[in-house]
Ligand binder design. Structure first.
Ligand SMILES: Nc1ncnc2c1ncn2[C@@H]1O[C@H](COP(=O)(O)OP(=O)(O)OP(=O)(O)O)[C@@H](O)[C@H]1O
Length: 190
């Protein structure tokens, strides 16, 4: 199968490690004409909102709505995933614009990585972002049973085959992380 992409960058990390922060900076550096951020949670939330009569805009935002429904959304989407593990990954890619670089900013499960690797083969590069618990707490993370202790948060804790592992405990860290990822990307999209 031919793809328009040259890179599919899969990004993973615990809550408040700075996934969005790093992905947004990468997108700006690569340029919006070449790059977009994809979220597997996009089609997931759309379908959930539709099925439950909720406001999608509220659900997509970082507000309280997201936290109120997070748990139920996980249970609901797990049911769909049991029948078809790739359902939400495929839907996210089907809806994504054609760009040289796709950054998938919410990779959570081994089944996500497997589907992307089966589909996009050697275009796939994987990145794990980490930050200490102290730093994540400073950024607003509060441990939640039923969220932080289940597969959607821990499914990749023991995954070891990352192409890049970067830490994001500080602004300095993020610069180093972004530089090293950009070095690879620049070469691949030339
Ligand atoms: N290197 C950094 N320097 C300064 N602020 C940062 C850094 N990384 C992240 N932040 C800030 O920390 C907060 C959490 O980051 P972000 O939303 O990117 O995390 P996330 O991993 O996407 O979280 P979630 O899993 O909840 O979506 C944001 O306010 C972000 O601006």
């Amino acid at each position: 199968m031919m793809h328009d992409n040259k890179i599919v960058l899969l990004v993973s990390g615990k809550r408040k490690c700075g996934k969005d922060y790093i992905c947004e900076k990468l997108k700006l550096l690569i340029g919006e004409e070449k790059c977009c951020i994809i979220r597997i949670s996009g089609p997931l939330k759309a379908l959930y909102a539709q099925n439950h009569g909720l406001d999608l805009k509220e659900l997509m935002s970082d507000g309280p709505y997201k936290e109120i429904y997070r748990q139920d959304m996980i249970t609901w989407s797990d049911k769909i995933r049991t029948e078809n593990p790739a359902y939400f990954c495929k839907a996210a890619c089907d809806n994504a614009p054609k760009k040289l670089v796709w950054i998938v900013s919410d990779i959570r499960r081994k089944s996500d990585i497997n589907w992307f690797k089966d589909t996009y083969r050697d275009l796939v590069k994987t990145v794990r972002i980490s930050a200490s618990e102290d730093v994540r707490i400073q950024r607003g993370w509060v441990y939640k049973q039923g969220v932080d202790d289940i597969e959607s948060e821990c499914g990749l804790d023991d995954y070891t085959e990352w192409d890049y592992q970067v830490s994001n405990n500080s602004e300095e860290d993020s610069k180093i992380a972004i530089d090293s990822i950009m070095n690879i990307i620049k070469e691949l999209i030339q």
